[in-house]
Structure formats: structure tokens, C-alpha cells
Design a protein around this ligand. Structure first.
Ligand SMILES: [Zn+2]
Ligand SMILES: [Zn+2]
Length: 364
């Protein structure tokens, strides 16, 4: 079928709206008419080829929409069902079998290889291959071909166009707290980085009953928003030393900290801000090979550092839970969203990179 998609043809190039051909769904595939797709940092990293992904390609991995057609082996959803698209996992490695698909041993391969597992492409233009299957979806388009494994069926009584970012950014932040750190009520937490992931983590900390909830960032406008989202304290780490400030607030340091920016200096701060036996969660993605120095003594007193991918989420379980919390007014993630028409994707990407918007969502 013919679809419209935002195609990237060269490293760091513009997104160009093009009419291309998308295959019909095969066996375990699901064709989705998209209602919205968030822009995530990883899309821009792939566009700029800091994370290798073959070009020309259609990126986008926070799609939501309505199922149009399904392959003959699909039983999870049927045409007309509202769905959120999320990351793909292989389903057969030991991590997937254990119920921890975010740590799939083929995570990079299935999400970045830009082809089906049998090596065939899903998108074409006049005989030329356009690489799709990005995170099992390629959702910067009017339609996406997903796999049964990475579609999540959701309730009908929520606006579908706001739900896409639950499939990556929002579940990453909220799940980092709710699923991975699992702080008990009254635990103290510091969230380093108040972008959309950090902001989702703050919302998750509110759900868990954390206090104090300390937001650390270098942008005062973001810290103001963090307060609206439930941060009890904010620290501008450009103007003051966050560790000193955190100890002023908490005494011994925080029980939990979360690094959401992927910068070695910030990870070190997030570890040093911990009280003894505290846990630092690492969510921020740094380039492969990035090293960090830590005072070994600071780890010795029962502290730990824990890497977290996709908020430890099992999306079929966690995304409906987040939507339930949203319906109750306890996870108001839609306040982070600014909508753009799909053909304004370059503007949306620029506004995201400049920090003008927390979460841009494209509507076809
Ligand atoms: Zn993402
Ligand atoms: Zn796997």
C-alpha cells in the first residue's frame, strides 16, 4: 500500500515527506494507522548516525494508532483495536523468557537492523529499499507495520494521539522508578535531568509516595515545570553544587537517585548524592565506550549503581497500568506534550533538541 512517511536519506539530513510503498502484514505483523508519534532522542541519534542505522530510513518509535489489518498468525489484536507501539524484543532469548524483554540479548539487532528477521525490507520506493522496522515500527508515517510482540492493546476511552510516548520515553522514566528502583513510601529520591524522561520519573516518584523528590537540572524553566509535576525541591546544578544542596535537604543523602542524561559527571554526582545503602539508577544513554570515575569508597557503604533500559517494562502490563493512573489523574503525562503536524517534523525535531518542548508528538 502507499503511505506517506518522513524519510531520512543522509547522515544528519532533514526529514523529507515522501510517498512510499509499505508491505501488507505477514504472519505475525500488524498494520497500524497512526494517530500520533512522539519524537525521542534516539530517533535523532539514529538520524545523525551516532547510533548506526542503515539509510534511507523511516524512524519513529513512539507510535500509537488503530489496527487496520493483521497477519494470519496474530491473535493479540484485531482490526479496529487501539494500540500503543513499543520496543521490539526477540521473545526467545533467556531474558525474554524470564519476562525481562528490555534486556533482550538481541535488543540492538531487532530494533536497529531495519529489516524483518528473515532479512526482507518492509518499505520500498520505485524499487529502492527504504529501511523500516525501526524499533519494530518506523512510525514517522501515516501507517506502520509492527510485530504482534510490540503492539500493546489499550482501552478505548483515552485520546489515542497522546499515548505513543508511553511506548518509550514515558515508560522509561516512570518504570525506572516504579519497576526498577521500587522506592517505598517516604523514600527520598533525586532525579538528575528534567527532560521528558526525568519528568516521567518524577511523576513515578509521586505515584510511589517518595519524599522529598528533588529535581536537578541546568535549566530553570524545566525545574519550574518539575515542581508542577511534583518535585518538592529543585536544584540548578549550573549555579550550585547539587551534592551539597541534596545533603542540606536530606542530611545523609538520598535513598535513590536517577541519572537521566548520560553524562559521566552527572552519574558521579548521582552516586555521591546517595545515603549509605542507596541505589543509583542509570537511564541516560552515553556513547559506547564512555567511562566514568567513581570514588570506590563511596560505593563501599552498601551503595549500588543499576542500569535500567525501558524502565524494566513489560509493556503489555505496564502501559495499561500507566494509562489507568492517567485516567485517575495520578500520571498526567499529557501535560508534557506539544502537537505538530507530521509534515512539520523538522521544526518539531529542532524544538525538541533546543529544549523548547518536553515531548513533541507528530500527528499524521
Ligand atoms: Zn526512545
Ligand atoms: Zn530476547
Amino acid at each position: 500500500m502507499k503511505i506517506k512517511a518522513a524519510v531520512v536519506r543522509e547522515k544528519s539530513g532533514q526529514f523529507k515527506m515522501e510517498e512510499i510503498e509499505l508491505d501488507e502484514p505477514r504472519g505475525d505483523e500488524v498494520l497500524v494507522r497512526l494517530k500520533g508519534c512522539g519524537i525521542c532522542h534516539t530517533d535523532l541519534v539514529a538520524r545523525d548516525q551516532q547510533q548506526p542505522a542503515p539509510l534511507p530510513a523511516v524512524f519513529g518509535h513512539e507510535g500509537s494508532g488503530v489496527v487496520e489489518k493483521v497477519g494470519d498468525r496474530v491473535s493479540k489484536v484485531k482490526p479496529g483495536d487501539p494500540v500503543v507501539l513499543t520496543y521490539l524484543s526477540c521473545g526467545v532469548c533467556s531474558s525474554c523468557k524470564k519476562g525481562t524483554p528490555a534486556y533482550c540479548s538481541d535488543f540492538l539487532k531487532v530494533n536497529f537492523s531495519a529489516e524483518r528477521s528473515d532479512g526482507s525490507p518492509t518499505m520500498h520506493k520505485n524499487g529502492e529499499t527504504i529501511h523500516g522496522v525501526f524499533f519494530g515500527q518506523s512510525s514517522f508515517a501515516t501507517h506502520a507495520l509492527a510485530m504482534e510482540r510490540n503492539v500493546v492493546k489499550v482501552r478505548r476511552d483515552v485520546p489515542l494521539e497522546v499515548l505513543g510516548p508511553l511506548g518509550c520515553g514515558f515508560q522509561t522514566g516512570a518504570g525506572g522508578v516504579i519497576n526498577a528502583l521500587k522506592p517505598g513510601p517516604g523514600s527520598s529520591i533525586a532525579v538528575f535531568g528534567a527532560g521528558s524522561v526525568g519528568m516521567s520519573a518524577i511523576l513515578g516518584a509521586v505515584v510511589c509516595g517518595c519524599t522529598p523528590i528533588i529535581a536537578v537540572d541546568v535549566k530553570s524553566n524545566r525545574l519550574k515545570i518539575a515542581q508542577e509535576f511534583g518535585a518538592t525541591h529543585t536544584i540548578n546544578s549550573d549555579q550550585t553544587d547539587p551534592i551539597t544542596e541534596i545533603k542540606k535537604i536530606t542530611g545523609p543523602g538520598v535513598n535513590y537517585s536517577l541519572e537521566c542524561v548520560g553524562i559521566p559527571k552527572v552519574l558521579r554526582q548521582a552516586v555521591e548524592a546517595l545515603a549509605t545503602t542507596g541505589v543509583c539508577g542509570l537511564i541516560g544513554v552515553a556513547p559506547v565506550g564512555t567511562e566514568v570515575t567513581l570514588d570506590m569508597h563511596s560505593i563501599l557503604n552498601g551503595r549500588s549503581v543499576r542500569g535500567i533500559v525501558q524502565g524494566d517494562s513489560v509493556p503489555d502490563i505496564f502501559i495499561p497500568q500507566l494509562i489507568e493512573l492517567y485516567k485517575q489523574g495520578r500520571f498526567p503525562f499529557d501535560r508534557m506534550i506539544e502537537f505538530y503536524p507530521l509534515d512539520q517534523i523538522n521544526q518539531a525535531a529542532e524544538d525538541s533538541e533546543k529544549g523548547k518542548v518536553l515531548k513533541a508528538v507528530l500527528r499524521p
